[in-house]
Design a protein around this ligand. Structure first.
Ligand code: GAP
Length: 454
């Protein structure tokens, strides 16, 4: 695939056309940086999250799962530093009335003259930069009164630190061990988001790995390697991934070292995941603010210490977007152009489409039997409307790796055609062998079909 085949506009259009992801509240004109996931988008997202859980708690025994609350005690955010420091510098333009990130002015269009940047025209009148907190505030109870203010979490991580002691009590683990969770976080982002790259609400896949202080660096290295490999295992091309270490000015207040996994999105290299060495910052802060001891006592050595934390923090939306961009391709089949998502079969929303060649002569009935047989084993879809060519294109656009076609020969000898999305090879397979044939191809090791066919 030529590198410029995929653009953000094409991804946005495909996602809308096929109902994967589309603007939220569209009947009211949409809402800033907010998107809804449709049927195929939900399935794709679920497959990403499943692959992450598989790598965290399926493939290893040193991590446990957690699902903590979105709204936590407000002291949480005092202790974590978010209340004081989780801010963006913003400027207002008194002429156009728009608000801009002061550190992004060079990338943003002027409110009056979009060909210029804010502050570049003589009419622009920008205020001094002021710090705005990114946390969404709300209140508990019917009255907005002092003491009732709470916040929607801006990261899932803090719930893990609050539950550290509880989990330690029942998980029968000792450092090094991890607590993983997936859930929604919320940030009042004013910068235009580049589709689902930056949204107001987004799902995070975060894992806090608690280690003896002396082992922090080696575990940081471990998680850098693990996470890079995970993206390759779900089919992202290695040359579209890189690690970038933060320099001292860029580091968050809690971090002594952070590296971002970056993906080569159509907008350029951008953060997919942050992997931080958070040291003992969070447990120490929550111990101070709560008065509780948040430490580990090693009964064997008699040693007591506050574990250090290595945190791989990934975004679901950004992973979905990277998978879509990486899979997007256009080619020519039988004289006609096609758009195809060469998604890894395990990420593909639909694994197999069952298609009668025509909707008569008893083919739909036979195809329904095949569909009912397969759907218990894998995410399958039945489609009999429109020409077979159009139905293939539709499945190609949502990344369905296999098409099973029922034709007149099926009625004679009980065989069907299995069409491969990437090679376009068509194999004749007996219906009773389909579960085994498709099952084996879907269960193949995590390798990219793009690489296999390149
Ligand atoms: N607990 C650490 C933490 O939250 P982060 O780098 O701010 O670190 C982790 O966020 C990941 O969450 C990012 O790498 C990104 O994938 C995702 N993320 C952060 N803000 C986002 C936003 N506004 N929209 C979509 N994803 C976002």
């Amino acid at each position: 695939m030529a590198p410029d085949v995929v653009t953000m506009d094409k991804i946005v259009a495909l996602c809308k056309r096929r109902g994967l992801i589309f603007p939220a509240s569209e009947i009211y004109g949409g809402i800033h940086n907010t998107y809804d996931y449709g049927h195929y988008g939900v399935l794709l997202k679920r497959n990403v999250i499943d692959a992450w859980w598989q790598s965290m708690i399926g493939d290893r025994t040193d991590i446990v799962a957690l699902d903590s609350a979105i709204i936590q005690h407000p002291k949480t955010w005092e202790a974590s530093g978010h209340l004081a420091g989780f801010t963006d510098p913003l400027v207002d333009c008194k002429t156009c009335g728009q608000r801009f990130r002061a550190d992004h002015l060079g990338e943003l269009p002027c409110g009056r003259k979009p060909s210029k940047h804010p502050g570049e025209t003589p009419e622009c009148e920008l205020t001094e930069a002021r710090e705005f907190n990114l946390m969404f505030e709300t209140t508990i109870g019917p009255v907005k009164e002092a003491g009732a203010t709470v916040y929607l979490r801006p990261e899932t991580a803090q719930g893990i630190f609050l539950d550290f002691k509880t989990v330690l009590g029942f998980a029968r683990k000792k450092p090094p061990f991890g607590i993983a969770q997936v859930g929604k976080s919320f940030r009042n982002e004013i910068t235009p988001g580049n589709f689902v790259f930056r949204t107001l609400e987004f799902e995070q896949m975060e894992m806090e790995f608690f280690v003896p202080p002396g082992e922090a660096e080696q575990w940081h290295e471990h998680w850098l390697r693990e996470r890079m490999e995970w993206y390759e295992r779900i089919g992202i091309r290695a040359d579209h991934l890189r690690l970038r270490a933060h320099d001292a000015e860029e580091l968050s207040h809690y971090s002594s070292a952070t590296s971002d996994v970056e993906y080569l999105y159509p907008i350029g290299w951008s953060e997919l995941e942050g992997i931080a060495n958070r040291g003992d910052f969070d447990l120490t802060q929550h111990a101070k603010f709560s008065g509780d001891k948040l430490e580990y006592f090693d009964t064997a050595s008699g040693e007591r210490y506050v574990p250090h934390v290595i945190e791989p923090a990934a975004g679901v939306g950004r992973t979905v977007l990277a998978a879509l961009c990486d899979a997007y391709d256009e080619d020519d089949v039988g004289g006609g152009p096609r758009t195809v998502l060469r998604l890894h079969p395990r990420l593909a929303p639909i694994k197999v489409a069952v298609l009668p060649v025509v909707s008569k002569d008893g083919l739909p009935e036979r195809a329904q039997e095949v569909f009912q047989m397969l759907r218990g084993q894998m995410q399958a879809e039945y489609d009999e409307g429109g020409s077979i060519g159009k139905r293939y294109r539709r499945q190609d656009e949502i990344g369905t790796p296999f098409g099973v076609t029922i034709d007149h020969q099926t009625l004679e000898d009980g065989t069907v055609t299995v069409r491969d999305r990437d090679t376009l090879a068509q194999d004749r397979v007996a219906i009773e062998d389909l579960p085994a044939v498709l099952g084996a191809r879907l269960a193949a090791p995590w390798e990219s079909p793009k690489l296999a066919t390149a």
